[in-house]
Design a protein around this ligand. Sequence first.
Ligand SMILES: *Cc1c(COP(=O)(O)O)cnc(C)c1O
Length: 458
Amino acid sequence: MTDTPIDVQTAAAPVYTVPQERNVVTAVPGPKSLELQARRSKVVSAGVSSALPVYIERANGAILVDVDGNRFVDFGAGIGVTTVGHTEQRVVAAAADQLHDVIHTLFTITPYEEYVRVAELLAEHTPGNWEKKSVLVNSGAEAVENGVKIARKFTGRRAVAVLDHAYHGRTNLTMAMNYKAMPYATGFGPLAGDVYHAPNSYPYRDGLSGADAAARTVAYLEKVVGASDLACLVVEPIQGEGGFVVPADGFLPALQAWCTENGVVMIADEIQSGMARTGRYYASEHFGWEPDLVLSAKGIAGGLPLAAVTGRAEIMDASQPGGLGGTFGGNPVACAAAIAVFESIDENGLLAEGQRIEATFRAGLEKLARRYDIIGEIRGKGAMIALEFVQPGTAETTKAPNAEAVTAIIAYAAQHGVLFLNAGTYGNVLRFLPSLAVSDALIEDGLRVLDDALATLG
Ligand SMILES: *Cc1c(COP(=O)(O)O)cnc(C)c1O
């Protein structure tokens, strides 16, 4: 036995292949990006937009390098996908090894161990101490679709409920589950039926306690839908596209209790909030919520496409053999990457990194909020932090949304080598969801640029 402690942090200290600092050397977008943008506009559907049309050639850690040689600090991580860092070394090595062994067999024809291992890791790390099973699919929306299918099969009921300000995807069913019609559903109907939108908990705007907000949601479900027809209630523990809306304490467990009493399957859409992003494996844990089913996607495989539905074995097993799956679902390379992501979270201490990132952000943002009255609220958990902007002088009164400020800040930051994203039903939320590899120095650098941007708003 040795009494020398092993310093995991040092042993696993990441090696970056790109300097972790911003550097702008051209106008943004630069000339090469503009050329690519011209080519793109001829052949890529106008229905696919890009928030910042700089074409990326390399990415590593928390930095994006474009074709013109500009380095951007990435506070978006591909919308919370490269949570362990861009081109994280364990993910790269595991995926590369897997490419040489097996790229595809189709799990529903001839299976392979990596799929089973991912399901074991999901069973272990999702909330709830009961027997769990999983199905692996390709995208977040596909996980939502499967969660609903599974809940309908288990309950023999038809209706699906979601919350106001939700976002669940762009497929036919999921576009009916989103709050915002524009741009996700407008003109794309007919939408799937039997989808009901119930009130959420939005403490900054409704001022309700968790118990009162839950009572309001339950009243809606009982009156408008009727529990006996309701298959599932799908909820993001922290709403992503809706603007990182953090529900009041007690809201989620109260809804789960009502669902359990009424035979409704409650599904956590942890597609944006899961996989260590908030300083816990799953954001549900912050609220003491143990969902029946949990949806994972985005951050699960370090950037490769993979998603999962995980949950109570009896619910997951209600579907007939052959009813779930798909050609690429649980691809071996994506699974190998996901296994590496779980290792990276544990061995690089990434849950603690999420907590560090939150502390650094809050310290800086609280100072800014004291100086700029258009910052209405700072909220979020871990590396999922947002500012909600309101019109000058309205923070104490109407809280009138201020989308113009967010648009101007994002444009200013892009010119200075910082990628910020917006969010929120009213477009008035600035969200930070960097990779967990982002250093305090980079966060402070990003906050200086934010301060400069705010100063230009006058
Ligand atoms: C991104 C997202 C989805 C959809 O995932 P895709 O992989 O884009 O289909 C669903 N739910 C939430 C909460 C998301 O953030």
